[in-house]
Design a protein around this ligand. Structure first.
Ligand SMILES: NC(=O)c1ccc[n+]([C@@H]2O[C@H](COP(=O)([O-])OP(=O)(O)OC[C@H]3O[C@@H](n4cnc5c(N)ncnc54)[C@H](O)[C@@H]3O)[C@@H](O)[C@H]2O)c1
Ligand SMILES: O=c1ccn([C@@H]2O[C@H](COP(=O)(O)OP(=O)(O)O[C@H]3O[C@H](CO)[C@@H](O)[C@H](O)[C@H]3O)[C@@H](O)[C@H]2O)c(=O)[nH]1
Length: 445
C-alpha cells in the first residue's frame, strides 16, 4: 500500500522506515529540508538504536523516500500525521499549530477513499475537529486516531512489535452527518497497513476517536504517576533512612503493582511525559473536569522536586556552596540510548549548578551535540574520564551502560575527590564505598 508519513522526527522517521519494512511504499514528508536531505540519503538525523540500519535498508530498497513537498503525498491511501505537539509557551496546553498546519496542507491532496490517521499525541476532541476539515475537502476520505506508544531508545522494536494497536474510528455513519468518513473503510485500511503485526498476534483495540485520544494521555499519565509515586516514597525514605530501591523491589513483586517504572531517582523528562500530563490537565480544565486530574499537578511537582533535591545534595556535598567547585555530570539525555535532551532532568540539574557558580563539565555518549545547542555555555567532554578530571564531585544523572560499568578504583584515580551522587540508583553502593568513594543517592541511606 502507498503510505505517507507527515512529520519525520523521533516518531515519524521510525514509523516511516518501519512501515516500509512491513512492505509498504512510503513517502515521508517534513518541512525541515535538512532533515529530509539526511533521511533521503538513508542517514538518521538523530540517535536511535537500529534506525540507521533500517533507514539505509529501506531507502536502498526503493520503498522509502522523503520530501518537503506535501503534494508528493497525493498518491497515498493512508496518511499518518506524526508532527510535534509541544507544550505552548506560557501555558500548559499543547501547541496544535503543527498538527493544524499539516492537516490543512494535506487535505487538498486527499484521494477519494483515503484515510488520515493521526499518531501525534493530541488533546481529546482534536480528531473530531480535524475530521470536519477532512470531510469538507474530500467527502469520500476518512479520519482515524491511531495513537503511538513507542519508547525512545526502543522505538524500532516498539513500532514493529507493539503491545497493542489502537484504532479510534469515526462513529458509524460519521461523527455527525457523515463527518469523519466510513469507519469500516478506515478499519480495513488500517488492517492492511498493520497486516504483519496483526498476523503475528498483536492485539487490536477498536474504539471511537475520543477514547483513542484519551488512551494515549491516560497511559502516559499512569506511567508518570507510577514514577512520581516511587519518588514520593523516596522522599519518605530519605526522611527515615530507609532504602527506596529495596522498597520498590518488595512492592513490585506484587503482580498487581509490578516492578516496571518504579525506578526512583531524578524523575521523568523527555518530549512526552512532562508535556503530556500538563496538556491533559489543561484540556480537562477546558472540559470542566479539572478536579479529576488535580492529582497530576502533584505528580508534576514531585517530579520537579527531584531536580531541586539533586542540586541541594550537590551543594551539601560541596560544603554549602558550589561556587568554584569542579563538578562532573555524567549524562545529558533525558534517558539512556537516546540523544534527546527535551526537558532532560540531567541537563536541567547541570545548568542549575552552573548558574549557581559551579565549574560543570558534562558528558553524554550521544547527546553532547543537542545539549550544547540547548545550553551552549556548559562545558562538554567526550568521555566520563575527561569530564571527571580534577572533579570534586561526580553526578550520575542518566544511566547509560557505559556509566554503570565504570570501575570505581580506576575512575577514582582521575577525580580530585572520590565523591559521587547516583541520581538513578544504578551503582552498587558497597563496591563504590569499598573503593574509597563517598556514595550518596536519592532515597537511599
Ligand atoms: N518521541 C516519541 O517517543 C513519541 C512517542 C509517541 C508519540 N509521540 C508524539 O508524536 C508527536 C511527534 O513527536 P516527536 O518526538 O516525533 O517530535 P519531533 O519534534 O521529533 O518531530 C516532529 C517533526 O514534525 C515536523 N513538522 C512540523 N510541522 C510540520 C508540517 N506542517 N509538515 C510536515 N512536518 C512538520 C518537524 O520538522 C519535525 O521533524 C508528538 O505529538 C509526540 O507527543 C512521540
Ligand atoms: O522507572 C522509571 C522509568 C522511567 N523514568 C524516566 O521517565 C522518563 C520517560 O521514560 P520512558 O517512558 O522510558 O521514555 P519515553 O521515550 O519518553 O516514552 C514515554 O513517552 C512516549 C511518548 O508519548 C510513549 O510513547 C511511551 O510509551 C512512554 O513510555 C525518562 O526520563 C526516564 O528516565 C524514571 O525516572 N523511572
Amino acid at each position: 500500500m502507498r503510505i505517507s508519513v507527515i512529520g519525520c522526527g523521533y516518531l515519524g522517521a521510525v514509523h516511516a522506515a518501519s512501515m516500509a519494512k512491513l512492505g509498504h511504499e512510503v513517502v515521508g514528508v517534513d518541512t525541515d529540508a535538512t532533515k529530509v536531505e539526511a533521511l533521503a540519503q538513508g542517514d538518521a538525523p538523530f540517535f536511535e538504536p537500529d534506525l540507521p540500519e533500517l533507514l539505509r535498508e529501506q531507502v536502498a530498497s526503493g520503498r522509502l523516500s522523503f520530501t518537503t513537498d506535501i503534494a508528493d503525498a497525493a498518491g497515498a491511501m493512508v496518511h499518518f500525521v506524526c508532527v510535534g505537539t509541544p507544550q505552548r509557551k506560557n501555558s500548559y496546553a499543547a501547541d496544535m499549530t503543527y498538527v493544524d498546519a499539516a492537516v490543512e496542507a494535506l487535505v487538498p491532496h486527499l484521494a477519494p477513499g483515503s484515510l488520515v490517521a493521526g499518531k501525534s499525541t493530541v488533546p481529546v476532541g482534536t480528531a473530531h475537529r480535524l475530521a470536519e476539515l477532512v470531510t469538507e475537502a474530500q467527502p469520500d476520505a476518512a479520519l482515524a486516531w491511531n495513537p503511538e506508544f513507542l519508547r525512545e531508545g526502543l522505538a524500532v522494536r516498539d513500532t514493529l512489535h507493539p503491545d497493542r494497536i489502537v484504532y479510534g474510528l469515526p462513529d458509524e455513519g460519521g461523527v455527525s452527518n457523515g463527518v469523519g468518513g466510513d469507519p469500516r473503510r478506515a478499519e480495513a485500511l488500517l488492517d492492511e497497513v498493520y497486516a504483519t503485526p496483526l498476523a503475528e498476534g498483536v492485539t487490536k483495540l477498536v474504539t471511537d476517536h475520543a477514547t483513542a485520544e484519551l488512551v494515549k494521555v491516560a497511559a502516559n499519565s499512569f506511567l508518570a504517576t507510577k514514577i512520581s509515586f516511587i519518588n514520593a516514597m523516596s522522599e519518605v525514605c530519605e526522611a527515615t533512612g530507609a532504602d527506596v530501591t529495596a522498597l520498590a523491589d518488595a512492592i513490585g513483586m506484587d503482580v498487581r503493582i509490578g516492578r516496571k517504572f518504579l525506578n526512583a531517582g531524578l524523575g521523568f523528562g523527555g518530549g512526552c511525559l512532562p508535556k503530556d500530563i500538563r496538556a491533559f490537565m489543561s484540556r480537562a480544565g477546558e472540559l470542566g473536569a479539572d478536579q479529576a486530574l488535580s492529582f497530576l499537578a502533584e505528580v508534576d511537582s514531585i517530579n520537579m522536586r527531584r531536580r531541586v533535591r539533586m542540586v541541594d545534595l550537590a551543594r551539601e556535598e560541596c560544603g554549602g556552596s558550589v561556587v568554584g567547585h569542579r563538578i562532573a555530570v555524567l549524562g545529558a539525555a533525558f534517558k539512556p540510548n537516546s540523544d534527546d535532551v527535551r526537558d532532560s532532568p540531567a541537563l536541567n540539574v547541570a545548568a542549575q549548578l552552573q548558574l549557581q557558580g559551579a565549574d560543570v563539565v558534562i558528558t553524554d555518549p550521544q547527546a553532547n551535540g543537542n545539549a550544547a545547542k540547548a545550553w551552549p555555555t556548559l562545558n562538554f567532554a567526550e568521555t566520563p574520564e575527561e569530564a571527571a578530571e580534577g572533579a570534586e564531585l561526580v553526578l550520575l544523572l542518566t544511566e547509560w551502560q557505559v556509566f554503570r560499568e565504570l570501575d570505581p578504583a580506576t575512575f577514582g584515580q582521575i577525580v580530585k575527590t572520590r565523591r559521587i551522587i547516583d541520581g538513578r540508583n544504578v551503582l552498587d553502593p558497597v563496591t563504590w564505598r569499598d573503593a574509597g568513594w563517598t556514595y550518596r543517592a536519592l532515597g537511599r541511606p
